[in-house]
Design a protein around this ligand. Structure first.
Ligand code: AMP
Ligand code: MG
Length: 334
């Protein structure tokens, strides 16, 4: 493939200029893979209804075929081409789309088994990031776009993270700046609309969804269970993991500082300042902690500590707490 029209400041990373978006949309239409920004994390995008493109996504990521892909769409009407829409579809998407909410719906035959790992359901999301949205509109077709990282490693929340992980294996990265949310989407299973269930916590909480649907939403606070793992295969694995050993602590039990260990607090610690002490947000805001989490884990992973200790938000701190706890627990899983 020839080079995009507008060069960026480093190899593989390209600015989202009009001519570049035009170029990347055509490249996607012809079956190429492009890394794209979304409000959650960067995705490795390819045509969802093209088996060859989807196969290359699995291959480049080293992702097992049993881990299904999320399909990204530019508008709500495209969802109806891919899946049976439940009665609550309008209500839920009026409130949360475009945005960081993936819906699991019963699929139509047009969706290849490859992308759903043979399941009768398909995962669909309409992203809010303006560049993802513009690109999807230009392509005019659904895009599969799992996180743009090697399978199991920490997800990318900047274009540089994608380049670091893949180098020339993903030579086209569209730069949309740091991701606003920094955590993967909430996954809501609506395949049985009577019993909506969260399969992966994210920025949109079970309580917010429950308020809109006016029914209880099952949220599996204890994840890694067998049943949930079978429902959302990718949530089964040790995942989002740095190479360095990760050890988790609660606020009331901070670890003792050791010279080859890093300690990560949720907010700036008052007294314990040391070169091995880090924090995720200045004021303890969990939204900011989520934004910086994957970037800090990646940075510390390069610094050769023998252990990274990381503070978990308390369970009842609401909002993003459950999603951050979920990612940290899986990153620390053996
Ligand atoms: P990501 O790696 O962020 O693209 O998220 C993909 C995850 O979405 C998978 O690992 C599954 O947990 C979930 N997922 C995708 N498709 C389905 C599906 N049809 N049914 C249940 N979960 C799904
Ligand atoms: Mg992923």
């Amino acid at each position: 493939m020839k080079a995009p029209p507008d060069q960026g400041v480093s190899s593989f990373i390209y600015p989202p200029t009009g001519p570049n978006l035009e170029f990347f949309a055509k490249a996607l239409q012809s079956g190429c893979l492009i890394a794209i920004p979304t409000e959650t994390v960067y995705g490795l995008a390819g045509l969802a209804l093209n088996e060859e493109a989807c196969r290359s996504i699995f291959a480049v990521k080293g992702r097992p075929l049993m881990d299904p892909l999320i399909v990204h769409i530019p508008n709500r009407s495209m969802a109806g081409e891919l899946a049976e829409l439940p009665d609550c579809f309008q209500l839920i998407t009026d409130r949360f789309w475009p945005g960081p909410l993936t819906l699991i719906l019963n699929k139509k035959p047009i969706v290849p088994d490859l992308i759903t790992a043979g399941k009768p359901t398909v995962a669909i999301r309409m992203p809010k990031h303006p560049i993802a949205h513009e690109l999807l509109e230009k392509v005019g077709a659904p895009l599969a776009a799992p996180s743009a990282n090697p399978f199991g490693y920490v997800s990318p929340s900047t274009a540089e993270h994608v380049a670091e992980s893949f180098g020339e294996n993903v030579p086209f990265i569209l730069d949309g700046g740091p991701c606003e949310i920094g955590l993967e989407s909430t996954i809501l299973d609506l395949s049985d609309p009577e019993t909506p269930q969260i399969l992966r916590p994210g920025a949109i909480s079970a309580d917010e969804i429950s308020d809109v649907l006016r029914v209880p939403v099952i949220s599996n606070k204890v994840h890694l269970g067998g049943d949930q793992a079978a429902k959302a295969p990718g949530t089964f694995f040790r995942h989002y993991s740095p190479g360095t050993n990760l050890s988790l602590f609660e606020k009331e039990n901070p670890p003792v500082l050791q010279k080859d260990h890093a300690i990560v607090f949720l907010d700036r610690p008052g007294n314990l300042l040391d070169k091995n002490v880090f924090w995720l947000s200045e004021d303890g805001s969990l939204e900011k902690a989520a934004q910086s989490l994957f970037g800090l884990l990646r940075k510390l992973d390069r610094l050769n500590y023998s252990v990274i200790h990381c503070e978990m938000p308390t369970i009842d701190s609401g909002g993003y707490a459950e999603a951050i706890r979920d990612r940290l627990s899986r990153a620390a899983a053996k």
